[in-house]
Each structure stands twice: as structure tokens, then as C-alpha cells.
Design a protein around this ligand. Structure first.
Ligand code: ADP
Ligand code: NI
Length: 214
């Protein structure tokens, strides 16, 4: 029963994100789901909620969907027609709307399941994959790699984060290196620590090459 529900949800999500080039393609979802299940098992979370929320977490996002309100309705009715209990679909919707709310850079997650999915989503912005995603996103938006004359922004409004031109290397300092302090779960913190260290190593070599020292 649950396996069938998950399979149908995978198809639903694939059909929505098939053309995404902003770093939220289906393989992002796939990685977040697997990571969320890995952390969720250790944290003893409700794995059905974790898996469904991870699969659906980008289907209502305002940067992917033209009309997030319509997307919320669409996803809610999808869950109902797919046999998800109301209490569960409300919980899942609560998680994915909180995740998508980027204004305050993420409202605190109320439930353990939400914390687990948020950690998994943040982890995909770290490590080797996080670096690859950042340069993909920067290239798509026409940002340059790096310019020492463009300062790192200490804090940003939502509009600045989305629309102001920065450099991709600055994004590492403006967002990625701040993520590991925001992790919710112990397991998430451990994995973030390792991936954070990898980004630091990468940046060290980047600047040594930039300065002609290597
Ligand atoms: P989320 O993964 O929480 O939905 P975003 O949509 O902001 O967050 O980011 C998606 C991916 O694109 C992440 O890997 C993130 O690091 C990257 N990204 C977002 N904004 C920028 C930017 N200005 N420069 C480089 N990469 C970015
Ligand atoms: Ni995501």
C-alpha cells in the first residue's frame, strides 16, 4: 500500500520537475529522499511522512512553480486522490510550505520529520554535489565565478538573494558555509561537518590557484 503510494508520488514529482535546470531536477529529489530516509531511520522519525515530504518538497516552490497557490491545491488534491490520510497530508503540506518559505531563510521546523527533510535538503547544497549545483545555478543565471571587488554580503533580503547579481564563489560564503550551523539533527550535523570541510578544502585550492600559488 505504502510502496504503491510512493511509486505514484515519484511519477507525479518527475512529471512536475522534468524540465528543471535550477538544481531541483528529479535527481535532487532522489538524493534528498535517500538522505532523509537515512537520517530519519536514525532519528526514529515517521518514515512515510519523511519520504512523502522529501519527494514533494520542491513541487510548490515559488522559484520553480509559476503559481505556488495553485501548486499547493494541486499537490493537496493529488495526496487525497492517492489515499494519503488527511492528518498525514496536512503534516506533509506543513513541512513543504515551511521548507519553501525562503524569506526568513527557513522558518523553524515544528516536527521531527520536517527537521529531517530540511537537513537532507540542506545537505544537498554542501559537499561535491553542492559545489556542482552552485556553479550550475550561477552559470544559468549568468553570474561570474568570482570577482575580488564584489564584496560578500553579510545578510540579504529575499529579493537580493533571488535577483541581485553576485559571484558563485561569494555564494559559498553567503549561504553554503553557513548551513552546517543550522542543521537540526545530530546525524545531519555530522554529515554537514564532513561536507563543510570538503568545501573549505575546495576554496583553499581555488584561491591558491587564483593567486598563482599552485
Ligand atoms: P533550496 O535547495 O533550498 O531550494 P535554492 O533554490 O536557493 O535552495 O538553491 C538551489 C541550489 O542552487 C543550491 O545548491 C544552492 O546552493 C544553489 N544556489 C542558489 N542561489 C545561488 C547563487 N546565487 N549562486 C550559486 N548557487 C546558488
Ligand atoms: Ni530541494
Amino acid at each position: 500500500m505504502h510502496a504503491e503510494m510512493i511509486k505514484i508520488t515519484e511519477q507525479f514529482v518527475k512529471s512536475i520537475l522534468v524540465d528543471d535546470r535550477t538544481g531541483h531536477d528529479y535527481f535532487h529529489i532522489h538524493r534528498v529522499r535517500n538522505m532523509a530516509l537515512r537520517i530519519g531511520k536514525i532519528e526514529k522519525a515517521n518514515l512515510l511522512i519523511v519520504e512523502m515530504a522529501a519527494l514533494l518538497h520542491d513541487t510548490i516552490d515559488d522559484k520553480i512553480m509559476d503559481d505556488p497557490k495553485a501548486a499547493i491545491k494541486h499537490v493537496t488534491s493529488f495526496m487525497h486522490s492517492n489515499g494519503v490520510r488527511s492528518v498525514d497530508s496536512e503534516h506533509i503540506m506543513d513541512i513543504i510550505t515551511s521548507l519553501s518559505f525562503k524569506g526568513g531563510n527557513g522558518v523553524p521546523m515544528k516536527s521531527l520529520e520536517g527537521q529531517v527533510v530540511q537537513d537532507a535538503d540542506r545537505l544537498d547544497a554542501l559537499g561535491a554535489i553542492g559545489i556542482a549545483r552552485a556553479f550550475t545555478y550561477g552559470g544559468l543565471k549568468g553570474h561570474i565565478l568570482y570577482d575580488p571587488d564584489i564584496p560578500i554580503r553579510e545578510s540579504m533580503t529575499y529579493e537580493q538573494y533571488r535577483f541581485e547579481q553576485g559571484t558563485t564563489i561569494n555564494h559559498f560564503y553567503e549561504k553554503l558555509l553557513r548551513l552546517s550551523d543550522k542543521m537540526n539533527t545530530e546525524e545531519g550535523k555530522k554529515i554537514a561537518h564532513q561536507r563543510h570541510g570538503f568545501i573549505e578544502k575546495y576554496l583553499k585550492q581555488f584561491f591558491e590557484e587564483w593567486n598563482g600559488q599552485l
